[in-house]
Design a protein around this ligand. Structure first.
Ligand SMILES: Cc1ncc(COP(=O)(O)O)c(C=O)c1O
Length: 445
């Protein structure tokens, strides 16, 4: 049996100096308690108790080419040795921007920031500045960072969420400004009629439609055929901007992001996570005539740490790896599909109803009787308690997964890693099933 004792002790100590013992709300979750890690390499991560895990959390997505990639580390060391932050321009930043412009369809101009949350804010401000309109549409169940104006209806309860076709706008945390509710229109995802109706009612007040092109923060739900194109057409019809939040899909689906993958070009896109192998960087990309508002200073955007040397170096090195390895994306995707087949079979063998979804580069496992996930309301059917038990069972067997059901695959995973995870999943599911059977027996007796 694995011990988490040293982690437990450190966590207890951490609670005395750090709020909740952690640096991000999302790290508070997970059994047995937040773990402390000491190193990570390739597809493996190690905790302070000496436990090794095959890592499918990939730091919430960024480690697309694996932990501690030598090329990334080398470039970061070299660049950082020369200087760390200039509060001015540097050539590496320019080279990276030119490369991103080449790779991403909507990237006629870009601006760097440090986190996904920041780039989303830049996108919203620019959309407002460009259109002169105040409101924006966001979709129930989607996450766009932790700031007041987007942390809305990300995970509402069924009771608070209202009617499925016209959901309530639900604040997610105490302390959030209530005024943001006047600016937002929350709609169900994958439902073009709902979007058309909202524009028909208030089209001249809507600056943009903000969407994850794949709904990755609840389930891993791909757009229905024609959905993204439909959003494009509605935005064009009403003079609003289409904004893809590609913080997860960017670089993970392919070098051109979801916009290239699905062939729908938004006006603005936000990127981060998988771009830089764990270093903090994000960027807003957009069509030139819109980004000109930022270029001429009419719409303000700033940041002390924007385009800092280590992050730029990490991003440039990551893109080099992604570009130079010709079949990397096919490999990651086929590993993901192998995982999906294996999880499906393991769930069926243990007698669990489960939906396994996602394009492969990321995969989602939900314990649900719904035949498939199309929007947030379907995700509410997911048995989160059962998944938490499953995730703990996996952790105890050396496989680390995110507690909300999504699995990220990296180029450093191997078929052996995938098969190992599938075997462990089979064991966990059978153990859960027999525990449940004996609990039922003891109630019946
Ligand atoms: C789609 C999406 N947008 C924005 C963000 C916020 O990014 P960050 O955590 O880097 O601020 C996230 C984070 O998970 C995300 O998944």
């Amino acid at each position: 049996m694995r011990s988490y004792e040293r982690s437990r002790q450190l966590y207890e100590r951490a609670c005395k100096s750090m709020a909740g013992g952690v640096s991000s709300h999302f790290r508070m979750a997970g059994a047995p308690h937040p773990l402390f890690f000491s190193r990570a390499e390739g597809s493996r991560i190690y905790d302070v108790d000496g436990n090794e895990y095959v890592d499918f959390t990939l730091s919430q997505g960024p480690m697309l080419i694996g932990h501690s990639h030598p090329h990334v580390l080398k470039r970061v060391q070299e660049e950082t040795a020369r200087g760390q932050l200039y509060a001015g321009q540097h050539e590496s930043e320019l080279h990276l921007a030119e490369k991103l412009q080449e790779l991403i369809p909507c990237a006629e101009l870009i601006r760097f920031s440090n986190s996904g949350s920041e780039s989303v804010q830049a996108a919203l401000r620019l959309a407002r500045g460009f259109t002169g309109r105040q409101k924006y549409i966001k979709f129930e169940g989607q996450y766009h960072g932790w700031f007041d104006n987007v942390l809305i209806s990300q995970h509402p309860s069924l009771e608070s969420a209202g009617a499925e076709e016209s959901p309530n706008s639900v604040l997610e945390t105490q302390g959030q400004s209530r005024e943001v509710l006047d600016e937002i229109i929350v709609l169900p995802w994958n439902d073009l009629d709902a979007v058309e109706e909202a524009f028909a009612k208030a089209g001249d007040t809507i600056a943009c439609v903000l969407t994850e092109p794949i709904m990755c923060n609840n389930g891993c739900i791909e757009p229905l055929p024609g959905y993204l194109q439909g959003l494009r057409e509605i935005c064009d019809k009403y003079g609003a901007l289409l904004v893809f939040d590609e913080i997860i899909t960017g670089f993970r689906l392919g070098l051109g992001g979801a916009q290239k993958y699905y062939g729908v070009i938004p006006d603005l896109g936000t990127f981060g996570k998988a771009l830089a192998s764990g270093f903090p960087i994000s960027f807003l990309a957009g069509k030139r005539h819109i980004m000109e508002k930022m270029a001429d200073g009419t719409v303000m955007h700033a940041g002390t740490y924007n385009s800092n040397n280590p992050s730029i170096a990490a991003a440039a090195a990551t893109v080099e790896v992604l570009e130079s390895d010709g079949d990397l994306y096919d490999r990651i995707r086929s590993l993901g599909l192998r995982l999906q087949d294996g999880l499906r079979a393991a769930a069926a063998e243990a007698g669990y109803r489960a939906v396994i979804s996602g394009p492969g580069q990321m995969t989602h496992l939900a314990f649900t009787a719904s035949p498939k996930l199309v929007n947030y309301r379907d995700c509410l059917e997911n048995d989160g308690g059962k998944y938490a038990e499953f995730a703990k069972g996996m952790l105890d067997r050396g496989v680390r997964v995110i507690g909300r059901g999504i699995w990220y695959i990296s180029a450093s995973h191997t078929e052996q890693d995938i098969d190992h995870a599938i075997d462990r999943a089979g064991e966990v599911l059978l153990a859960m099933r027999s525990k449940k059977a004996s609990a039922v027996e003891s109630i019946t007796v």
